[in-house]
Write a protein that binds this ligand. Structure first.
Ligand SMILES: Cc1ncc(COP(=O)(O)O)c(C=O)c1O
Length: 403
């Protein structure tokens, strides 16, 4: 099976992991270095806070901002980007996606923005960028906050500037381009908010060691063997031991010990080392994405997600004229682990939790592009270390299936 994303692991990552795991070091040293290195990527006036995950970065940020209103965002996203909004008593205000970029349509925001909207959250799905400068201008004009969800956009650029540079706040995940131990990062020029969140985070317990061991083992197995469902197997194994939350309850998720926690130095040390290879990883992902796009360029039924910037391609999305379930079943039968947006995404996620309790806005019904594309989008495998045979096999299979 060609996996959806084979984690890019170098022998140095393994060496670093075991060195850090078995050595005693000055606590907090690597976290401090990682935060200052990361902030410097954006400029001297930025502050960074290393967190246990992207979703926790957003949850803590929204708690401190205490907005209590609507947050404009895209309906095409994953539950990790919506849960923190709901769990902090805010309401997602969905505005439609652009049918080419699959991202929040910046040209519709001014049309639908209302006085209850307290923030815009731009989600750079797949690492692709919309017109973030325009979104910032709209946010500033209406005196609301622009938050960039860069969970899938580490290393992506727009107008030659890193994604994360456009919002008042931005958060990242280290579980997409990087692997093995995970973590998140929140950045901003607002020192006071970052420090308030740091204070709250300092009170939390450290991330459970068994969670890091589980992630390490899962990514290692996945990268070496490419076994289908390895993620599911390990997730079940881990959650069975720690069955302390109901998956569909956004509030419960943030009460779980392995979510509401602070990251540790082992994670920071690993990420510091892996960031040295980020440009190389991004370059290879871009190269492989371009090879796939090139080989499918004559197939007019396949449309690739458009990018206004220079994506680091955490994910590779296409649309076809057919139902994605059908296309994916056929691809999986051919050994290509394509994915569809599942019940944990967009409207399905909204329907899966208690609407009355969480007071969802009915804006979803105005999202005609989203409703049209949701069941047509297919995520194709993309990895930095894909080989040419795999690319050839994926593209020729798709050309045979969709002609
Ligand atoms: C768009 C988006 N936002 C947020 C997250 C949450 O990232 P993390 O797993 O680091 O909490 C994800 C992860 O899947 C994501 O895809």
């Amino acid at each position: 099976m060609i996996p959806i994303n084979r984690p890019d692991i170098s022998p140095l990552d393994l060496e670093t992991y075991f060195q850090l795991k078995f050595s005693k070091f000055e606590s907090g040293k690597y976290i401090k270095n990682l935060e200052s290195d990361f902030a410097n990527l954006f400029g001297e006036d930025y502050y960074a806070l290393f967190t246990a995950s992207a979703k926790l970065s957003l949850y803590l940020l929204l708690n401190v901002l205490n907005l209590k209103g609507n947050i404009i965002t895209s309906p095409l996203t994953c539950y990790s980007a919506l849960n923190p909004i709901i769990a902090t008593n805010n309401t997602p205000h969905y505005i439609d996606i652009n049918k080419n970029s699959f991202l929040l349509d910046e040209n519709l925001v001014e049309k639908y923005i209302s006085k209850n909207d307290k923030a815009i959250m731009a989600i750079s799905l797949g690492g692709c960028a919309s017109d973030l400068e325009k979104l910032r201008i709209i946010a500033d004009k209406h005196k609301i906050i622009l938050i960039e969800d860069c969970a899938q956009a580490l290393g992506s650029k727009y107008n030659n500037k890193l994604l994360g540079s456009f919002g008042h706040f931005a958060f990242f995940s280290f579980t997409k381009h990087l692997s093995l131990v995970g973590g998140g990062m929140l950045i901003s020029k607002n020192k006071s908010v970052i420090n308030q969140i740091r204070e709250i985070q300092n009170q939390l317990d450290e991330i459970p060691k068994e969670l890091l061991e589980y992630r390490f083992e899962r990514d290692f197995v996945e990268s070496k063997l490419g076994i289908k469902d390895v993620n599911e197997f390990y997730t079940k194994k881990f959650l069975q031991k720690k069955q302390d939350y109901k998956e569909n309850n956004p509030v419960d998720i943030f009460n779980a010990k392995h979510v509401m926690c602070k990251p540790n130095d082992l994670q920071a040390g690993m990420i510091l080392k892996q960031l040295e290879r980020l440009n190389n990883i991004v370059e290879n992902r871009r190269k492989n994405r371009d090879l796939i796009a090139d080989k499918l360029s004559t197939n007019k039924k396949i449309i690739f997600q458009a990018d206004l910037g220079k994506s680091s391609f955490a994910k590779l999305y296409i649309t076809t004229p057919y139902e994605n379930k059908e296309v994916i079943t056929k691809l999986v039968n051919l050994g290509i682990d394509a994915k569809q947006l599942t019940k944990s995404h967009g409207i399905y996620f909204q329907e899966s939790i208690d609407k009355t309790k969480y007071l969802f806005d009915d804006s979803i019904h105005k999202c005609t592009n989203y409703l049209m594309l949701h069941d047509k989008i297919v995520e194709l495998p993309l990895s930095s270390k894909m080989n040419t045979n795999e690319i050839q096999y994926i593209t020729s299979s798709i050309n045979k299936l969709i002609s």
